[in-house]
Ligand binder design. Sequence first.
Ligand code: FAD
Length: 491
Amino acid sequence: MSVEDFDVVVAGGGPGGSTVATLVAMQGHRVLLLEKEVFPRYQIGESLLPATVHGVCRMLGISDELANAGFPIKRGGTFRWGARPEPWTFHFGISAKMAGSTSHAYQVERARFDEMLLNNAKRKGVVVREGCAVTDVVEDGERVTGARYTDPDGTEREVSARFVIDASGNKSRLYTKVGGSRNYSEFFRSLALFGYFEGGKRLPEPVSGNILSVAFDSGWFWYIPLSDTLTSVGAVVRREDAEKIQGDREKALNTLIAECPLISEYLADATRVTTGRYGELRVRKDYSYQQETYWRPGMILVGDAACFVDPVFSSGVHLATYSALLAARSINSVLAGDLDEKTALNEFELRYRREYGVFYEFLVSFYQMNVNEESYFWQAKKVTQNQSTDVESFVELIGGVSSGETALTAADRIAARSAEFAAAVDEMAGGDGDNMVPMFKSTVVQQAMQEAGQVQMKALLGEDAEPELPLFPGGLVTSPERMKWLPHHPA
Ligand code: FAD
């Protein structure tokens, strides 16, 4: 059997897999992505966070495509949750880290969103093979040196690589090859029953695109608008009430909806979708876990392959794409010969565990129903240890930007300000090329203008323009283009 060779092989073409593959290929490395299904394929996880939309998606180069896709705009969340009987709403825009044009996310049909990311990976040079299931890794002592997969004809194939990324989600067993055990949460042991409705009610403008989360006696409901008329509706039920979703699923969902007055009201004139991709009522369970170790020499876990908390704050795609960004930086640094594997991947694992940890810890307190939202905001500040106010800490945590990584927050503003500045320079110079005022054609003047531009950018962006500090003592910082790690040299 002939063995192909790549720098990186990625198993799985969900958001985690497409993101890591693209960010590594963009640095000129040879990447193969193997996806079991043929896209578009169904997936749950439709409510995104600003960190994914304005951080990772911008780095991937798909911001405009995403903005033009017509997905409902999610400006925040509306909760009927805790001691207060009335619903309360938060807006991402109240945090300076997500203000202005970065103060929203989208509610996406995952079949479309995931296909968009996968097609972008192809455009950026990733070799994508659909209908190819990875069956095992190839090992040489401690190290993973490649992967085995079955192609669409059923032929067994082998490929060698410096790194194998497991981004194959929570159903595949590939993650076992990294070593250690998958530890399931004792706290989050809920089950979810979900389906789709046409014609459900909408929240009033300007928050009609918000996720609506409603607690009730057996658990809570999500209500996510996917278009003007299509809504994703799911009941998350405590393990003690598991029998409520056993047996006939249609009957079970109707009974749960009847238990929850606000969701009943929103669905009063709606009909359940019973055909096509959204026709099935689906159940998911045992979805909160964390792998003991996230990497071994030559192998890295990203996204659901590594961990997942709980759907209440829509953190799944954020954790998948953020871990993919962290993994890509580590791989890019090692392949460029800048860092050794252990140093680079320890940084990946520490940052990834920190992000998972803040969601996990905060969510435990969010399930206390006898307190009001101020208590949740205070808890968010405690968990994130941020300098922001209580409510800002809450919004930053659930916007995915509590780590303070500028790649997840400032990217949009930096790009916008650069464009503004370039336009201003052009205007002053009276245009470019032949029409440019002679003084601006001089290289010296252009360099001076560039320097002035950097100073102006610093002034405009304040702290965002300062070099990042390590997230952990002795840790690494991100490179200026955010695609690699650099050692930190304190001034
Ligand atoms: P996936 O999206 O699962 O992608 C993995 C890919 O790998 C798939 O395409 C699969 O076909 C492929 N694959 C599997 N095995 C193999 C193999 N052997 N070889 C090759 N390919 C393989 N997240 C949110 O952000 N917002 C939400 O609102 C939200 N709601 C949720 C509700 C519920 C009830 C649950 C359980 C989860 C929810 N999530 C949500 C989480 C979200 O679904 C996941 O976190 C997210 O899809 C993870 O992305 P991923 O790329 O790691 O994996």
